[in-house]
Write a protein that binds this ligand. Structure first.
Ligand code: S3P
Length: 434
């Protein structure tokens, strides 16, 4: 599938973007391992979250839905999963494979995990290392999928100092810790999204946090609960940037998750001069939520504060478009993790920006973007990365010529219905089979 965008437009109206991907994955995982029935609303019906649903169904968990964002998970308890009988293919989903690696390391059966071409290139040494230290038997060719996990290992609690700021690795270790003897603890080089910790507590599992050390003890039980998944701030980010860069825009995004560990995009846009206000702030099932009002405002280039990098890690493709439209230079450093996402996002974005005539300099761990110049048009390669596709779609609002974006099928991993919603809000987008 390809996107074609006519240049120009404004973004106006009110919308609720699909459910949070990170929270949707965790709702299925913890719901499956809980005692009792967990009811979820606002679930993301995107391919990544559906891959997690399929994996647990293959391990004997009855899951009804999703239908209109509602899912019912009939939990089997921490020791109730069954051997799947085939390799679990989790498609494009890094969160599924890394969190499942932790959960499955403590089971009594063997399992193999794999994914699509993109996932098979992504580094898994970061989960293999701590799990091996806990006593797990997990390996993959060149530390990449397919991952082979042998069961019936007695896991031991460890303390793990995360070498990189990664919520997936943190969550993997904590989830393995549910099956380990004694205490499992982690420290992070910088705070990352804490949905696992919050949701474990929501399922009545004790998670401690002391002086930056996050810990839990194995051998407890999870108690089913109801979960209201907020709209995904990472999906909202495309429209936040869209409204910021298109003169005349005025947009309200409702029920968006504003967990402080995900707020980087709002903080960075505000530093750039964006006109963003939070309304109706509330807490829903342990996660802070708000409606976000954003109006067009001229942006200026900034040096992105290093502490905001892990808090905005998935939003940089969209933020690079904001930087291209901002007056002056934007500098990002300390973001080497962008190179191992669904694509090498520094390289893929730099290539697309070059196509549109936006001057930039690639750094090993970031990029320098010279904003405020003319944005042209052209053909964009997404490298099968959903966020690259959606970012260049919004760039069209300030482009002078048509933009064609190839290989947009992966948009459905996180944002099913992106094109229709974008069209409704004012983007001049059409799709066609590639
Ligand atoms: C996620 C953590 C982040 C993020 C990903 C979702 C999660 O990955 O990029 O989209 O749900 O835990 P890393 O842990 O690799 O930073």
């Amino acid at each position: 599938m390809e996107f074609k965008l006519m240049p120009g437009g404004t973004i106006n109206g009110e919308a609720r973007v699909p459910g949070d991907k990170s929270i949707s994955h965790r709702a299925i995982m913890l719901g499956a391992l809980a005692e009792g029935t967990t009811r979820v609303t606002g679930f993301l019906e995107g391919e990544d979250a559906l891959a997690t649903v399929a994996a647990f169904r293959s391990m004997g968990v009855k899951i009804d839905g999703p239908e209109d964002g509602e899912v019912e998970i009939h939990g089997v308890g921490l020791h109730g999963l069954k051997a799947p009988g085939h390799t679990l293919d989790v498609g494009n989903s890094g969160t599924t494979i890394r969190l499942l690696s932790g959960l499955l390391a403590g089971q009594s059966f063997d399992v193999e995990l794999t994914g699509d071409v993109s996932l098979q290139q992504r580094p898994m040494g970061r989960v293999i290392d701590p799990l091996t230290r806990m006593g797990a038997d997990i390996s993959g060719p060149d530390s990449k999928p397919p991952l082979r996990i042998r069961g019936s290992k007695n896991l031991q609690g460890i303390h793990y100092d995360l070498p990189m700021a990664s919520a997936q690795v943190k969550s993997c270790v904590l989830l393995a810790g549910l099956y380990a003897e004694g205490c499992t603890s982690v420290t992070e080089p910088a705070p990352t999204r804490d949905h696992t910790e919050r949701m474990l507590r929501g399922f009545a599992y004790k998670v401690k946090q002391n002086n930056g050390v996050i810990s839990l003890s194995g051998g407890g039980t999870l108690k089913a609960t109801d979960i209201d998944v907020p709209a995904d701030i990472s999906s909202a980010a495309f429209f936040l940037v869209a409204a910021c860069i298109a003169p005349g825009s005025d947009l309200l995004l409702t029920h968006v998750g504003i967990n402080p560990t995900r707020m980087g995009v709002l903080n960075i846009l505000s530093l750039m001069g964006a006109d963003i206000t939070l309304k109706n702030e509330r807490e829903v099932g342990g996660e802070p939520v708000a409606d976000i009002h954003v109006r067009y405002a001229p942006l200026k280039g900034i040096e992105i504060p290093p502490d905001q990098v892990p808090l905005a890690i998935d939003e940089f493709p969209a933020l690079f478009i904001a930087a291209a439209c901002a007056e002056g230079r934007t500098i990002l450093r300390g973001a080497e993790e962008l190179r191992v996402k669904e694509s090498d996002r520094i390289a893929a974005m730099a290539e697309g920006l070059n196509t549109l005539g936006v001057k930039n300099e690639v750094l090993e761990d970031g990029i320098i973007i010279e904003g405020g110049g003319t944005i042209g048009g052209g053909v964009i390669h997404t490298y099968h990365d959903h966020r690259i596709a959606m970012s260049f779609a919004i760039a069209a609002l300030r482009a002078e010529q048509e933009i064609r974006i190839l290989d947009c099928d992966h948009v459905a991993t996180s944002f099913p219905g992106f094109d229709a919603l974008a069209r409704g809000l004012g983007l001049q987008i059409s799709t066609r089979a590639g």
